[in-house]
Design a protein around this ligand. Structure first.
Ligand code: NAD
Length: 289
């Protein structure tokens, strides 16, 4: 490392809090070295109220780009000079590229989801999707799927503080992408949920259900909805295989994928935006996932 870093080494980083547990520095530094790129990546613990100062400091220091995690994602979207369509619709940034002193905000979470499906032979273009959830991950999946050509998205969320978010996402997609038909329903209406799943090509769990400590739970209790040609995807990556994905596979769904691939590919998408190069994803997955 000490031989690799010089006075010319370009800096990338992660901001947000907590970041001490983050795997991003290892993943990016390995990839820079693997690709022979003269860059280094660090993580900075930044609370929400320090976001503006941190972004200003990164501008002054000539940082080449940075990733953003909670709680700074929404604030950063307000501070950058330009937003990608996905970041605009989601209202949050997880990747910022700095070019000629200007900050370009992106959101690669949904890109990671769509790419993970593609790696499993599924294209969202022209598909009908039922997506459970209306938080950060769900919104990213809904927006990117609409941008990439999904024709119908049925959003289900329980009656909590996220429900209104689903309505906002519906309104924003309707305005920018009127060709995508988005509807919002209550997750408690299981009859409607199962009817929409029956009519869908792709079913997604984008809630926290399935993640520890909710790892004994799945939002789909009637396993008869899992038909072989229904594509099932989870955003939850811990555990790697959720109850939802496991039960879908057992019931015969040909494609049932967990969230770990989404995590890998959202990082790869950010790496591409940062460097213009492909991340060595096979090695990165092997070493860090
Ligand atoms: P969030 O807090 O923004 O949203 C939480 C969502 O879960 C809301 O829709 C909420 O209504 C729903 N929810 C919570 N408890 C529920 C319950 N008991 N029953 C029904 N619905 C419930 O969270 P988030 O940031 O969107 O994260 C959601 C999951 O996605 C987490 O497991 C997170 O680790 C994962 N995630 C994965 C990736 C990836 O790359 N694979 C990226 C981001 C988040």
């Amino acid at each position: 490392m000490e031989r690799r870093i010089s006075g010319r080494t370009g800096m990338f980083c992660l901001i947000g809090t907590p970041v001490g547990h983050s795997g991003s520095p290892a993943m990016y530094n390995y990839s820079f070295q693997n690709k022979g790129l003269d860059y280094a990546y660090l993580a900075y613990d930044i609370p929400l109220e320090k976001t503006e100062e941190a972004v200003q400091a990164l501008r002054v220091l000539g940082c080449k780009g940075f990733n953003v995690t909670m709680p700074c994602k929404t604030k950063v979207a307000e501070l950058v000079d330009e937003l990608s369509d996905a970041a605009k619709l989601i209202g949050a940034c997880n990747t910022v590229v700095v070019k000629d002193g200007k900050l370009y905000g992106n959101n690669t979470d949904g890109m990671g989801f769509v790419r993970n499906l593609k790696e499993n032979g599924v294209d969202v273009k022209g598909k009908k999707m039922t997506i459970m959830g209306a938080g950060g991950a769900a919104t990213a999946v809904q927006v990117q799927s609409a941008l990439d050509g999904a024709v119908k998205i049925s959003i289900f969320n329980r009656d909590d503080e996220f429900y209104a978010n689903a309505e906002r996402t519906k309104a924003k997609i309707k305005e920018m992408l009127p060709e995508c038909d988005v509807n919002v329903y209550h997750l408690e209406d299981t009859e409607k949920l199962y009817a929409e799943i029956k009519d869908s090509d792709i079913l997604v769990n984008a809630t926290k259900v399935g993640m520890k400590p909710l790892d004994e739970q799945s939002l789909v209790e009637d396993k008869s909805v899992f038909r072989p040609d229904l594509v099932v995807a989870d955003v939850v990556y811990n555990p790697k295989e959720t109850k939802f994905v496991k039960e879908a596979k057992e019931a015969g769904c040909k494609v049932a994928v967990g969230g770990i691939g989404m995590l890998l590919w959202q990082g790869a998408a950010a790496f591409k935006l940062f460097t213009g190069e492909d991340m060595p994803t096979d090695e990165v997955y092997e070493l860090f996932f």
